[in-house]
Design a protein around this ligand. Structure first.
Ligand code: MG
Ligand code: ZN
Length: 213
C-alpha cells in the first residue's frame, strides 16, 4: 500500500497538534490560529486586539512569517510576550513549530494565545496547530470569489472577519454576498464585518473572543 508523503506529513503533524492541544488545555489556555492571505490585515487586527484585551487577559502572540520579524516588532510594542517563527521559504506554520514556541512561553500565566499564521489561504488551513479556534480573515479588496475558491479555511473556522469594510465604497465587493457565501460554506460560522484600521466592528470581535474564554 502506498502512503504519499503529504499524507505522512499531515499525520505526523496531527499527532504533534494533539500534544499541543492537550498541553494548552492543561494550562487552561485558549489558542486562536489566525489565517488569511497576505495583506488582509491580520497584524493590524492583532494590534487592535492586543491593545484592547491585554490588561483584561494574560496573553501572548506567536508570529509566523517567512523571513522578517516586522509583524512581531509591531506586536512587541504593546508589551506582550511575542515568539517569532520564521519559515524561510515555508508557506505555513506546523504543529512542531508551535510546540517549540510553547517551550519559550510562561504557560502557567497565560490565558489567551493568538497565533498569526503565514499569510496564505491554502495550506495553513490544512495544518492543525493544536489551536482551539481557527479564525479566517478576508478583506474586501480580495474580491467576492475568494471564499468559494478557498473554502477550506472557512469550513474549519469558527469565526471569519471581513476586514477593511471602510474601503467598500471604492471596491467591487458585495458584503451581503460575502456573508451569504461564507454561511453557505459553514452555516455555524460567526461572520464579523470590521475595519481594523478605522476601529469599526471590533467590539463584536472582542466580545466573541471573550466568550470563547
Ligand atoms: Mg501580518
Ligand atoms: Zn504551506
Amino acid at each position: 500500500m502506498q502512503v504519499n508523503l503529504a499524507t505522512k506529513l499531515l499525520r505526523a503533524n496531527r499527532d504533534v497538534a494533539a500534544e499541543n492541544r492537550e498541553r494548552l488545555r492543561k494550562h487552561g489556555i485558549v489558542a486562536v490560529n489566525l489565517i488569511s492571505s497576505p495583506g488582509a490585515g491580520k497584524t493590524t487586527l492583532l494590534e487592535r486586539t492586543v491593545e484592547a484585551l491585554k490588561d483584561k487577559i494574560p496573553m501572548a502572540v506567536i508570529e509566523g512569517d517567512q523571513y522578517t520579524a516586522l509583524d512581531g516588532e509591531r506586536i512587541e510594542r504593546f508589551g506582550v510576550p511575542v515568539v517569532q517563527i520564521n519559515t524561510p521559504g515555508g508557506c505555513h506554520l506546523d504543529a512542531g513549530m508551535i510546540a517549540t514556541a510553547l517551550d519559550s512561553l510562561d504557560l502557567e500565566n497565560l490565558r489567551l494565545l493568538i497565533i498569526e499564521n503565514v499569510g496564505n489561504l491554502i495550506c495553513p488551513a490544512e495544518f492543525d496547530l493544536g489551536e482551539g479556534f481557527k479564525v479566517g480573515v478576508l478583506s474586501v479588496t480580495e474580491g467576492n470569489d475568494k471564499p468559494k475558491k478557498y473554502p477550506v479555511i472557512f469550513q474549519d473556522a469558527q469565526a471569519a472577519i471581513i476586514n477593511k469594510v471602510d474601503l467598500l465604497p471604492y471596491v467591487n465587493f458585495s458584503l451581503e454576498h460575502a456573508v451569504q457565501d461564507l454561511q453557505e460554506i459553514n452555516p455555524g460560522l460567526k461572520v464579523i464585518p470590521a475595519s481594523a484600521t478605522r476601529q469599526d466592528g471590533l467590539e463584536e470581535w472582542f466580545n466573541w473572543l471573550l466568550e470563547q474564554m
